[in-house]
Design a protein around this ligand. Structure first.
Ligand code: NDP
Length: 418
């Protein structure tokens, strides 16, 4: 085993300061936002902040549910369903194998939840359990990140993430030191990326819908739209699970606090805020309003899906008839860059589609409160930051060819604006 040589790289997310502040600030933000979504003003600017009372933070049922949920998904991950796929080539020229069965896991777990509902399980209790569940997930994400950091010292330098081995303990713990931590064939990062948190988000949404049914007698149109849009988004991510193998998270980022917390806490507990808001702030939505919002979500989804598929198809087989006619520019690495089709429209058409959908998820919540718009505001900042990180990587990978691409496709995400 080669020793892990330290190397200094440019630090992201505010370096050491970010690595200290973000793990304190983000868990508090999650608890604050859940609390704020239940207040009459549902504003992210409230003083004193609506943090839950300490006695509302802990419920043993939450711990049992969380561990049971993760255990169920670990089991579904191991089931011999779906195909196995290879990831991109690693530094040591090998490729890891991944089971492509996330969509099966979603269908089985949603069927189990529906069965429980039929048997009378009070799914609406997830509304009251959201804060204790979030607390358990926060504690779990710290524990898992500490274990991951400790075990990263027992692997060879080849197994480390390019940016996670700076020698600064706080920063490396935060950004992730090991690239693909595995227990035998069980890939911890790949497992967390699209399963317990993402599918958990859909189940929390369903629980919030059931709470609304308890309170109002039937689900509102706004709640049905939010649930339907987000189910489509999660279903799409899992249907196209193989595409995650070439994303920045899998290929570049180590598995540290940033990703663990994002996957297990941030996604399920903040992406469900619109549904949580609707439980306490019922909205009446006209059929015309609903049709406009459905159309916006449809346009966003179309741009998001077709641009992601175009690039994935091109990367897998540049001679495929669907992409063979697109204009490209060569790069010194041998790979080509698309300069027509979606990737000639803006440099990140997939982010544009994602943001249009994010807006469509907030609109059913009306215009009188800011909190339901938290997601689209936060997501715009996240994707602008992510785009800048990706540009830095692409500039390093492709040098002058990347500059030429930027000249030919001048806008990053929003045509004629940014
Ligand atoms: P992208 O799918 O945007 O991939 C970026 C990579 O694509 C680049 O590094 C480069 O890699 C390749 N590329 C860039 N330009 C071109 C081009 N012109 N021609 C060919 N290849 C090109 O990465 P992300 O992981 O950021 O996003 C994946 C999806 O996930 C997006 O739809 C995004 O919106 C979504 N997402 C959702 C989040 C959420 O919380 N809901 C969070 C983050 C992302 P290479 O050349 O090496 O192939």
């Amino acid at each position: 085993m080669k020793p892990a040589a330290k190397h200094t790289t440019e630090r992201e997310f505010g370096g050491t300061l970010g690595a200290v502040c973000i793990p304190v600030f983000l868990p508090l933000t999650v608890l604050f936002l859940i609390g704020a979504s239940r207040t009459p003003s549902a504003s992210p600017f409230q003083w004193p902040p609506p943090f839950p009372l300490v006695q509302h933070l802990w419920d043993p049922l939450a711990l049992v549910l969380l561990l049971g949920w993760i255990g169920l998904h670990a089991l579904l991950y191991l089931l011999p369903l779906g195909k196995m796929s290879e990831g991109l080539e690693l530094k040591n020229k090998t490729r890891l194998k991944y089971p492509i069965n996330g969509f099966h896991a979603m269908c089985i777990s949603v069927a189990l939840v529906l069965l429980l509902l039929k048997l009378g399980a009070p799914l609406g209790r997830l509304f009251e359990l959201m804060q204790p569940l979030a607390v358990c997930a926060i504690v779990l994400s710290f524990l898992l990140s500490i274990c991951l950091y400790a075990r990263s010292f027992s692997v060879s330098s080849d197994a480390l993430a390019p940016g996670g081995n700076t020698g600064n303990h706080l920063y490396d713990f935060f950004i992730g030191r090991e690239l693909n931590p595995r227990i035998q064939d069980f890939d911890l990062k790949y497992f967390c990326e699209l399963r317990p948190g993402l599918i958990g988000w859909v189940v929390i949404n369903l629980g919030l819908l059931m709470k609304e049914v308890e309170l109002q007698g039937s689900p509102s149109l706004a709640m049905i739209l939010v649930n339907g849009f987000q189910l489509l988004y999660v279903g799409d991510a899992l249907w196209n699970e193989e595409a995650v193998l070439s994303t920045m998270d899998i290929v570049h980022d180590g598995f540290g606090f940033m990703l663990v917390f994002g996957d297990l806490v941030w996604v399920p507990f903040t992406y469900s805020l619109q549904a949580a808001f609707l439980v306490v702030h019922p909205q009446s939505l006209s059929l015309f309003g609903a049709a406009v919002i459905v159309a916006l979500n449809g346009i966003g989804y179309y741009i998001f899906r077709s641009s992601n598929s175009q690039k994935n198809q091109f990367r897998r087989n540049p001679n495929h008839p669907n992409v063979a006619k697109l204009k490209t520019i060569p790069t010194a690495s041998g790979k080509k860059l698309l300069v027509s089709g979606w990737w000639g429209f803006v440099r990140h058409p997939n982010y544009l589609g994602d943001l249009l959908m994010a807006l469509a998820w907030s609109l059913p919540c009306g215009f009188s409160n800011l909190l339901p718009y938290f997601y689209v505001i936060y997501f715009t900042i996240l994707l602008i930051h992510r785009e800048a990180r990706d540009e830095t990587q692409c500039k390093l990978k492709y040098g002058a060819s990347w500059d030429s691409y930027c000249k030919q496709v001048p806008y990053r995400i929003f045509p004629f604006i940014y």
